[in-house]
Write a protein that binds this ligand. Structure first.
Ligand code: ADE
Length: 229
């Protein structure tokens, strides 16, 4: 898989790219690059944004700036979406990111992530250059960079070899294996911590019973979450 993150702050990602699971995934064939949106701007003096038509506060990232960056990187016309490439524009008002979307993206051949800043992108980026407009939650960040790290992290950890154990990403919160419910609770030593003991079932050695206890815990947490809204 190839992942390109387009951002005005590529240096923010130095730390991210150096994390163990990201390095593992890269060793396993992931190509991950960070592209400076300003580097290819067709405007003078590195300009990438402009004032909004209709007035109002803040600046908007121009569609021609994003177009130029995509054209330079991939050649061809960015309006003709390449099959197999997902172009994710990050925006607070987008479709909410979840495990199902992360799994879907983990099967893509190529992913382009566009990080907004200021008031975000000119709407024509979302409508014509992106295949998906994605939000990591109903709150507004100063820009898409942290959202890009969240999306990349959730996708990359699903790639083969990213995590130490092949199984760890299978049975986790919101996975298909758990019917989309949150994960069951985990315990480790000490057995007794200030009188709070590890549930006896986990010490029983009955694998089938442990499994069904875990499923029940996961389902219970799922319905508790649902009930809380
Ligand atoms: N940019 C600003 N806020 C965001 C959010 N919640 N998700 C994705 N991108 C954003």
């Amino acid at each position: 898989m190839k992942v390109d993150v387009f951002t005005l702050f590529p240096e923010w990602f130095t730390w991210f790219a150096d994390q163990r699971h990201v390095r593992n995934a890269r060793d396993g064939g992931l190509e991950l690059d960070f592209v400076d949106l300003r580097a290819t701007t067709p405007l003078k003096a590195g300009q990438v944004d402009d004032t909004p038509y209709g007035g109002g506060a803040g600046m908007v990232i121009r569609v021609d700036v994003v177009e130029a960056a995509l054209r330079e990187r991939y050649g061809g016309d960015p309006l003709d979406h390449e099959p197999g490439r997902r172009v994710i524009a990050l925006a607070a008002g987008g479709r909410q990111f979840d495990d199902a979307l992360a799994t879907d993206l983990a099967h893509a051949t190529d992913i382009t992530v566009l990080c907004g800043r200021y008031e975000g992108f000119d709407e024509r980026v979302n409508e014509h250059l992106a295949t998906d407009v994605v939000s990591i939650g109903p709150y507004v960040l100063a820009g898409g960079e942290l959202a890009a790290m969240v999306v990349c992290d959730a996708v990359i950890r699903k790639l083969p070899g990213a995590l130490g154990h092949a199984d760890s990403a299978l049975e986790e919160s919101f996975s298909e294996a758990l019917g989309g419910a949150p994960e069951y609770p985990h315990y480790t030593r000490p057995l007794d911590w200030h009188g709070h003991r590890v549930p006896d079932i986990l010490l029983s050695g009955h694998h089938a019973e442990i499994e069904s206890w875990r499923r029940a815990q996961s389902a219970e947490r799922g319905s508790a979450r649902g009930a809380r809204g």
